[in-house]
Ligand binder design. Structure first.
Ligand code: FAD
Length: 387
């Protein structure tokens, strides 16, 4: 067992930190998801080759081990680097295309993803298909050399900014089981018949609904094999949950700010850092952050050995998303009424906590709710029967 990083890994971490200091400045600025959408920054990462740290060299990646991919993820999240424009393509679409895409699709999309040139959104959720994704009702019907798509997607992150949708559609309505009749499509968001509407959310996130009204796409839009979409979807979702585990680095940064605040702030003439309740709360968070970090490392370690971390990715996702809520709750208690101040320069953490408190609810829902993750852990991890 070795808990340290190699010299080469530490050098890579230093290189990333220096790049981020140059690009983002020394200031520890917090950014909300919309501020994190920055295509110019994505292209700069593309020039460094960092959008494909762990991708195989034959597809233009750096072919580095998973530990380096983890280090890259930790540093980007810790420094709150803008990732909105590339994160879905880099972490979910690209790796799944490498595994199952046709040679034409790999040639067409992988180089552009690696350069940070194209933005993808993920079209899975629908009004009647959220936790039960196999219930997808958006249809694609063959018509000559094309398919005609009709239906609606819901809660689609970054659909308003995306060039392409990576989406599930029903191609066989008569399949004996509903998950067998699904296919994965890549659809150009500029295709006539697509309408995108912004949704209001309590955390100001870039969430949209997307309507497909007789949208004609070529048959080359089908990813891999027809009616195998369920397997491609679960592969992409695995990659999504693996990535979510790395978010603990972002929580660590907020925690460090909180500890600093407790050291510097006095209440009723006493430093907050001497309040026994606050000390207990901060110590508990320190324990949680350490556990979350080790879960993330375990997933990277499994991936490095060619093992797909199925229930382990769900464990990491549940733990880190609930840790984010505990962190936001504790921060609100420590900041008191100041925590409710919105983004003003004179508010503690520039008013970031008010937003983070609202946002901390979302990670337990996005990427598959935590109830569903616990079901996966029960079935895949513990071998319990399906309900
Ligand atoms: C910030 C954010 C970003 C998102 N981005 C995207 C995106 O880019 N693309 C996309 O396709 N979707 C996206 N989603 C949607 C997200 O994946 C769904 O909201 C989520 O899967 C839950 O589906 P639902 O909202 O339909 O809730 P439902 O499935 O209706 O669930 C409602 C509640 O019932 C519980 N529940 C449901 N079934 C069971 C069961 N069998 N056992 C126990 N409990 C159950 C759920 O856990 C949940 O608490 C995003 C969501 C959020 C919050």
């Amino acid at each position: 067992m070795d808990f340290g990083f190699t010299q080469e890994e530490e050098a890579f971490r230093k290189e990333i930190r220096e790049f981020l200091r140059q690009e983002l400045g020394p200031e520890r600025k917090e950014r909300t998801p919309l501020e994190l959408f920055n295509p110019d920054f994505s292209r700069k990462l593309g020039e460094k080759g960092w959008l494909g740290v762990g991708w195989p060299k034959e597809y233009g990646g750096l072919g580095r081990p998973y530990t380096q991919q983890l280090i890259y993820g930790e540093e980007m999240l810790y420094h709150r680097a803008p990732a909105g424009a590339h994160i879905l393509a880099q972490n979910m679409v690209g790796p799944t295309l490498i595994a199952v895409g046709s040679e034409e699709q790999k040639r067409e999309f992988l180089p552009r993803i690696l350069k940070g040139e194209i933005v993808f959104c993920l079209g899975y959720t629908e009004p009647n298909a959220g936790s039960d994704l196999a219930n997808c009702q958006t249809t694609a019907v063959a018509d000559g050399d094309d398919y005609i798509i009709n239906g609606q997607k819901l809660f689609t992150s970054f659909a308003g900014q995306a060039d392409y949708a990576w989406m599930t559609v029903r191609t066989d309505p008569n399949a004996p089981k509903k998950h067998r009749g699904l296919s994965m499509f890549i659809v150009d968001m500029k295709t006539p018949g697509i309408t995108v509407g912004k949704l209001d959310t309590m955390w100001d996130y870039a969430l949209y609904e997307v309507f497909f009204d007789n949208v004609r796409v070529p048959k080359t839009a089908v990813v891999g094999e027809l009616n195998q979409g369920w397997y491609y979807l679960t592969t992409a979702l695995d990659h999504e949950r693996i990535f979510m585990g790395a978010t603990v680095a972002q929580h660590r940064r907020l925690f460090e700010n909180l500890v600093q605040y407790a050291k510097e702030t006095h209440h009723n003439g006493k430093p907050l850092s001497k309040d026994p309740v606050i000390r207990q709360r901060l110590a508990q968070l320190a324990i949680d952050l350490e556990i979350g970090r080790l879960f993330g490392y375990r997933v990277a370690w499994l991936l490095g050995r060619g093992i797909v971390p199925f229930s382990e990715a769900s464990i990491t996702k549940v733990f880190t998303s609930e840790l984010e809520r505990r962190l936001a709750n504790t921060a609100m208690q420590i900041l008191g009424l100041h925590g409710q101040l919105e983004r003003e320069p004179w508010a503690p953490f520039n008013g970031y906590m008010e937003w983070e408190y609202r946002f901390s609810i979302m990670m337990a829902i996005g990427g598959g709710s935590n109830e569903i993750q616990r079901m996966i852990i029960a079935i895949a991890g513990l071998g319990l029967p399906r309900p």
